[in-house]
Design a protein around this ligand. Structure first.
Ligand code: ZN
Length: 122
């Protein structure tokens, strides 16, 4: 047999980098071994619905377990960055006075609640 073509599959966790590489024709045998059972039992792919700015497609992440999934959430890599909310334009004296009055009322309501008095929650 002069030439043999073999296709390999590689699965890597995007958090802990656990990796398995195996020849395609041995997939069932390799993945049925206990040390490789994570591929079938706990691995998952997480993908955003929309692509991040500047990307053509949403990013997909492969994670090997619940632990890696939870720790991957904490990285914030899954979330598309949101633009900062900046209030533009000039504030009028009336709107500044109104905002100050609302803040003062909230402060008084908090103090009343902490003192055990009833307060209005808006
Ligand atoms: Zn992992």
């Amino acid at each position: 047999m002069p030439v043999t073509n073999t296709q390999f599959s590689t699965i890597t966790c995007d958090f802990c980098k656990k990796t398995i590489t195996y020849p395609g024709q041995e997939e069932q045998q390799i993945l049925s071994q206990p040390e490789n059972s994570w591929v079938i039992k706990t691995a998952r792919i997480v993908q955003n619905l929309a692509p991040a700015p500047g990307q053509q497609r949403p990013t997909a992440f492969l994670l090997c377990s619940d632990e890696c999934d939870a720790q991957h959430v904490a990285t914030g890599l899954r979330n598309v960055p949101e633009p900062k909310k900046i209030i533009s334009g000039q504030a009028s004296a009336a709107s500044v006075a109104q905002a100050a009055a609302v803040a003062k009322a909230a402060e008084q309501a908090t103090a009343a609640l902490k003192a055990g008095q009833p307060g209005i929650i808006s």
